[in-house]
Every structure is written in structure tokens, then in C-alpha cells.
Design a protein around this ligand. Structure first.
Ligand code: HEC
Ligand code: HEC
Ligand code: HEC
Ligand code: HEC
Length: 119
């Protein structure tokens, strides 16, 4: 009997832990500042909610197929050797490629350094 309860409790703990990760992944941020590399250049305010209202999630979260799978860019970029490193000038900065790239392409949104890196 005691063992059975142990198994049930364990199953519940796993379910709770799983639900917690799901809740985080399903909740997209509103306003945020991208500042993991702020020691090299001041962090960049990003209106996530406004962008994600009109742009497909997976255009930016290119490595995820479902909303639940979405994780931080820095989980790969800067860790996985195949992903361009946002902290090293040896590769093109993936944020510049993506953020500036789209702004240039659409003729909308900031493309000048100081308009993103606001001192
Ligand atoms: C469209 C927005 C945008 C523009 C325009 C932009 N950046 Fe960035 N930049 C970012 C973002 C986002 C990061 C990542 C910030 C972080 O994680 O701290 C970044 C990171 C950096 C970094 C730190 C990482 C690295 O590559 O060494 C430097 C330095 C940098 N930018 C310089 C510049 C310069 C110089 C310009 C102008 C020629 C510029 N940026 C224009 C968005 C932009
Ligand atoms: C224009 C690009 C863009 C679009 C569109 C976009 N996102 Fe994001 N999202 C980002 C960036 C950049 C971050 C910050 C990533 C980081 O800090 O590593 C982020 C962060 C997140 C995070 C937090 C990830 C973490 O664990 O830190 C979640 C969740 C998320 N987005 C979900 C969504 C969902 C859901 C959609 C579609 C409704 C969406 N995003 C659309 C660029 C975008
Ligand atoms: C699960 C790992 C993973 C996550 C999360 C991830 N990336 Fe990537 N990314 C990669 C890998 C690996 C590559 C190189 C291969 C390729 O192009 O798919 C790449 C390529 C890119 C490129 C193309 C670079 C170039 O020079 O052609 C951009 C831009 C980019 N990522 C931006 C982002 C941004 C911004 C986020 C977060 C919103 C993000 N990535 C999240 C793994 C990831
Ligand atoms: C696929 C296209 C696309 C991508 C990717 C994108 N943007 Fe934008 N962004 C836009 C458009 C379109 C506007 C103009 C919308 C407006 O002002 O109403 C804009 C406006 C902005 C503005 C000024 C208006 C505001 O909402 O604050 C900032 C700052 C900005 N983007 C930052 C970023 C950063 C940082 C990234 C990368 C993490 C990024 N953008 C990625 C399309 C994009």
C-alpha cells in the first residue's frame, strides 16, 4: 500500500513539473528587453506582443514546430556550435540577421544602431 502511494505521489509530482514547463512555454512575453549580451552593447527593448500579433511565431522561433516547444534563442545560439553565436563577432549576429533583416526588407522598424541599442 505504501509503495502504491509512493508511485501515485511520484506520478503527481511529474505531472506538476510538466504542467509548469508547459505553462511557461505557452505564455509569450509582452514587452521585454533582450540583454544577455548587454556587457558588449546596451540591451534592446523588444515589443514582443506587438510583433507576435502580426508575424507568425515560427518565422522567428524557427527551430520550433509547436508553441509549446518554443525556448530562448540563447538555449542554442551561443551554446550549439552549429548556431551562429550572438556573443562572438566571428559569426554574423543572429539578432542582426533576423531583426534588422526584416526591418530592411519591409522598410519598417529600426535599422540604425542607436534606435535599437538605446543608451
Ligand atoms: C533591429 C535592432 C538592432 C539594430 C538596428 C542593431 N542591433 Fe545590435 N543587437 C540587437 C540585438 C537584439 C542584440 C542582442 C542583445 C543582447 O542579447 O544583449 C544585439 C547585439 C549587439 C552586440 C553584442 C553582440 C555582438 O555581436 O558582439 C553588438 C556589439 C551590437 N549589437 C552592435 C550593433 C551595432 C554597431 C549596430 C549598428 C551598426 C547594431 N548593433 C544595430 C539588435 C540590433
Ligand atoms: C519577431 C520575432 C518573434 C515573433 C514573431 C515571436 N517571437 Fe517569441 N520571442 C522572440 C524573441 C527575440 C524572444 C526572446 C528570446 C530570448 O530571450 O532568448 C522571444 C521569446 C519568447 C518566449 C520566451 C522564451 C523563453 O523561454 O525565454 C516565448 C514563450 C515566446 N517567445 C513565444 C512566442 C509565441 C507563442 C509567438 C507567436 C504568437 C511568438 N513568440 C512570436 C521573437 C519572436
Ligand atoms: C533549438 C535551437 C535553436 C533555437 C531555440 C533558435 N535557433 Fe536560430 N539557429 C539554430 C541553428 C542550429 C542554426 C544554423 C542552422 C540553420 O540555419 O538552421 C540557426 C540559424 C539561425 C539564423 C540564420 C543565421 C544565418 O546567418 O543564416 C538566425 C537569423 C537565427 N537562427 C535566429 C534565431 C533567433 C532570433 C532565435 C530565437 C527567437 C533562434 N534563432 C532560436 C538553432 C536554434
Ligand atoms: C518579420 C519581420 C520582423 C522581425 C523579424 C522583427 N521585426 Fe521589429 N518591426 C517589424 C515591423 C513591420 C515594425 C514596424 C511596426 C510598427 O511600428 O507598427 C517593427 C518595429 C520595431 C520597433 C519599433 C516599434 C516598436 O514596436 O517598438 C522595434 C524597437 C523593433 N521592431 C525591434 C525588433 C527586434 C529587437 C527584433 C528582433 C528580436 C525585431 N524587431 C524583429 C518587423 C519585424
Amino acid at each position: 500500500m505504501r509503495r502504491k502511494i509512493g508511485v501515485v505521489v511520484l506520478a503527481m509530482l511529474i505531472a506538476v513539473a510538466f504542467a509548469a514547463t508547459m505553462a511557461v512555454a505557452a505564455d509569450p512575453p509582452g514587452e521585454m528587453t533582450i540583454d544577455k549580451v548587454a556587457s558588449k552593447k546596451v540591451g534592446v527593448p523588444f515589443t514582443h506582443e506587438k510583433h507576435s500579433g502580426s508575424i507568425d511565431c515560427f518565422k522567428c522561433h524557427h527551430a520550433s514546430k509547436t508553441k509549446e516547444e518554443i525556448k530562448s534563442c540563447f538555449e542554442c545560439h551561443g551554446k550549439d556550435a552549429n548556431a551562429p553565436d550572438p556573443t562572438s563577432s566571428k559569426t554574423d549576429n543572429p539578432f542582426h540577421t533576423m531583426c534588422k533583416g526584416c526591418h530592411k526588407e519591409q522598410g519598417q522598424g529600426p535599422t540604425k544602431c542607436a534606435d535599437c541599442h538605446k543608451e
